[in-house]
Write a protein that binds this ligand. Structure first.
Ligand code: SF4
Ligand code: SF4
Length: 95
């Protein structure tokens, strides 16, 4: 079994005030500012869809309660076949 971790920020566009702290704070530049505005008249942050490592810097820097969460999942992958293939290749000296 292999653990694969999947992380991504979930931003509530209606609670975001567009302060950009999460954008500045993300070491992966994974959060962007929308051109659109929410119902309160703020441009809001959104996840680009790529690059999140789950560090949670964006979560800790956001001043708006419930505007930003970081979701993390652990996907357990059955890698039995992969291990068998790697073992076979290794036993043949990588050929
Ligand atoms: S958890 Fe870290 S890497 Fe992911 S979006 Fe937030 S600041 Fe960026
Ligand atoms: S830090 Fe929070 S309020 Fe500021 S832009 Fe990011 S999600 Fe919006």
């Amino acid at each position: 079994m292999v653990d694969e971790e999947i992380s991504f920020p979930v931003i509530n566009s209606e609670l975001c005030k567009g302060c950009k702290r999460c954008i500045t704070g993300c070491p992966q530049n994974a959060i962007l500012l929308s051109d659109d505005m929410n119902n309160a008249g703020y441009q809001y942050a959104y996840y680009s869809g790529n690059g999140c490592t789950g560090c949670k810097d964006c979560y800790f820097t956001c001043p708006e309660p419930l505007a930003l969460e970081v979701h993390q999942y652990k996907k357990i992958v059955d890698d039995t076949v992969g291990r068998m293939i790697r073992a076979k290749v290794a036993s043949k000296g990588g050929k």
